[in-house]
Design a protein around this ligand. Structure first.
Ligand code: BGC
Length: 462
C-alpha cells in the first residue's frame, strides 16, 4: 500500500467559501459541454434568479449527499472488511487504507457540503470503532461521531445517520456475523448505546443500509460466468477465506448463507429499532433499501418473483417505519434473472446502464407499496466524465419532480456520493463523487456536477 502524504494543515482545514467553490467549479465547467450547451449554462442559473414555481420542490425538501464510514474514513482496522482486504488472496482489488481520511477531515468536508448549498448529510457509524472488542464500548469514538453530528448542526444540516453500512466488527464476523443467533441482541445493544449518546443530534436514523443486498445478489449474473450469480461467485472463495483467517464460522453481510443472513438482519432490524426507540422514542427510524427499476423481459420474466424475494419482506417492514430510504442507480430487465443492459446502451464504470429515469419509477413503486414517506437516500453514477453525471442528475431530478407533482410523498434527495471513495471490492477506480479526492494529498476538488446540484439545492428548484 502506498503511504499517503498528509496535506499541509492550511489547505486541509481552511474553510472554503461558497463563492470560491462555485467559481472553481464553474472554471472547470467551461471546459466541458453537455449536448451543445456548456455546463455552466445548463446547470448554473444564478441562485439569485427568480425561481420558476413550476420547477420548485416542496418546502423543507432535503437536499443531501451521502457517504459511508468504511468507504471514506480510512483505517477502519477493527472491521471485518479491513481484514478481508489484507488477505493474501483478497477478493478486494486494493485495500481501503487511508480512504479519504474523512475521519480527520470531516470538519472541512461538512463545511464544504453546506457551502455548496446542501441542507442534509447522510453518513454512517462504524460499529467496529465503537465496539472494537465484544462488550468494550469506546467513549472516545462515540464522541467522535457526536462531534460530526454537532458539526452538521452548526452548518444547519439535517442529519441522516446509518447505524450499519455493510461493515461489522471483526469479532462479530468471527462469530458468524448475521447468521449468529445472538447477532440481533448484539446489534441492539450497540444501537442502544449509540442512541443514548448521539440520538439527540439525529434527525433520521437508519438501522441498515441495503439489508436486501444478500437477496439482490442472487439475481445478478456475473459476466462470463455462465449464469453464476454474484453471490455464488463470492461464496466460491469462502472456504479458502475461512482457512486463511483460521475462522471456521467467519461470515458477514455479503458472505455466508443468504437466507440466514436475511433472517438475522431482519431480526436485528426489529431489535435495533426497538433499542433506538427505547433510548429516544421520537427519533424517526427507517432503513435504506437497494432497489432497481425492474422491468419485465419480453419472455419468461420472473419480475414478480424477484420483487417478492428481494423487496417483499422489507417493504412489509417499511410499513411500520417512520420513513423509507430508497437507493436506486439503474434499471434491470428481469428475465429468469437480471439480464445484461440492452445492446448498445450506455453503461457506467461499474457496468450499470445509464438510466436516470429509474428514480422516478422506483419512488412511485416504493411509495405505493408502503404508504410511508420516501427519501431517495442514494442515487448517482460512476464515471470519469462529469458531463454524464450532470445529465444523469438533471434527468433523475426531472423524473423525481414529476412523481412529486403527481402526489408521491418524497421528502428528500441525497446523492451518492459526496466524495470519490472506496467502492468496496472495486477499490478506488469507480468515481461516484461530486467532489474529486486526490488520494496522495487528500485535496478535494469540486466537480461541476457538485456545483450544479448545490445550486438546485439552494434554489430548491430545478
Ligand atoms: C451502497 C454504497 C455503494 C453504492 C455504489 C450502494 O449499494 O450503499 O455503499 O458505494 O451503492 O455501488
Amino acid at each position: 500500500m502506498k503511504e499517503s502524504q498528509r496535506p499541509d494543515s492550511e489547505s486541509r482545514l481552511k474553510p472554503i467559501s461558497r463563492r470560491a467553490l462555485l467559481q472553481s467549479a464553474s472554471a472547470v465547467a467551461v471546459a466541458g459541454v453537455m449536448g451543445n450547451r456548456s455546463f455552466a449554462e445548463s446547470s448554473d442559473a444564478t441562485p439569485a434568479a427568480q425561481p420558476d414555481k413550476s420547477k420548485a420542490f416542496p418546502d423543507k425538501f432535503l437536499w443531501g449527499c451521502a457517504t459511508a464510514g468504511h468507504q471514506v474514513e480510512g483505517n477502519n482496522t477493527s472491521s471485518d472488511l479491513w481484514l478481508m482486504e489484507h488477505l493474501p488472496e483478497s477478493i478486494f482489488k486494493e485495500p481501503s487504507g487511508d480512504a479519504c481520511d474523512h475521519y480527520h477531515l470531516y470538519p472541512q468536508d461538512i463545511s464544504m457540503l453546506a457551502d455548496l448549498g446542501f441542507n442534509a448529510y447522510r453518513f454512517s457509524l462504524e460499529w467496529a470503532r465503537i465496539e472494537p472488542e465484544e462488550g468494550f464500548f469506546s467513549n472516545a469514538e462515540l464522541e467522535h461521531y457526536r462531534r460530526m453530528l454537532a458539526a452538521c448542526r452548526e452548518h444547519h444540516l439535517t442529519t441522516l445517520l446509518t447505524y450499519s453500512h455493510f461493515s461489522v466488527p471483526r469479532w462479530f464476523a468471527f462469530k458468524g456475523g448475521w447468521q449468529n443467533p445472538a447477532a440481533p441482541d448484539l446489534y441492539a445493544r450497540f444501537c442502544e448505546k449509540a442512541t443514548r449518546r448521539l440520538g439527540d443530534l439525529v434527525d433520521y436514523a437508519s438501522t441498515f443500509n441495503e439489508p436486501d443486498i444478500p437477496q439482490l445478489l442472487n439475481w445478478i449474473n456475473l459476466p462470463g460466468t455462465q449464469g453464476k450469480s454474484l453471490i455464488e461467485a463470492l461464496q466460491g472463495g469462502l472456504g479458502k477465506m475461512r482457512q486463511q483467517l483460521n475462522a471456521p464460522d467467519f461470515a458477514n453481510f455479503f458472505i455466508g448463507d443468504g437466507k440466514r443472513i436475511r433472517d438475522g438482519v431482519l431480526a436485528a432490524h426489529h431489535k435495533g429499532k426497538a433499542a433506538m426507540k427505547s433510548a429516544r422514542s421520537d427519533m424517526p427510524v427507517g432503513f435504506n433499501l437497494a432497489m432497481s427499476d425492474d422491468q419485465p423481459a419480453p419472455e419468461d420474466s420472473h419480475l414478480a418473483e424477484k420483487r417478492a424475494d428481494v423487496y417483499g419482506p422489507w417493504l412489509e417492514v417499511a410499513k411500520q417505519c417512520d420513513y423509507l430510504g430508497v437507493q436506486v442507480y439503474s434499471r434491470s430487465i428481469v428475465g429468469k434473472k437480471d439480464l445484461p443492459p440492452p445492446k448498445g446502451a450506455e453503461t457506467t464504470q461499474v457496468g450499470w446502464e445509464f438510466y436516470p429515469e429509474c428514480v422516478e419509477h422506483v419512488v412511485r413503486y416504493a411509495s405505493k407499496e408502503t404508504g410511508v414517506p420516501v427519501i431517495v437516500t442514494e442515487n448517482g453514477i460512476a464515471t470519469n466524465d462529469d458531463t454524464r453525471r450532470v445529465e444523469y442528475f438533471q434527468r433523475a431530478l426531472a423524473g423525481l419532480k414529476r412523481a412529486i407533482d403527481d402526489g408521491v410523498d418524497v421528502r428528500g434527495y441525497v446523492c451518492w456520493s459526496l466524495l470519490d471513495n472506496f467502492e468496496w471490492m472495486s477499490g478506488f477506480e469507480p468515481k461516484f463523487g461530486i467532489v474529486a479526492v486526490d488520494l496522495a494529498t487528500q485535496k478535494r476538488t469540486i466537480k461541476p456536477s457538485g456545483a450544479m446540484l448545490g445550486n438546485i439545492a439552494t434554489r430548491n428548484s430545478l
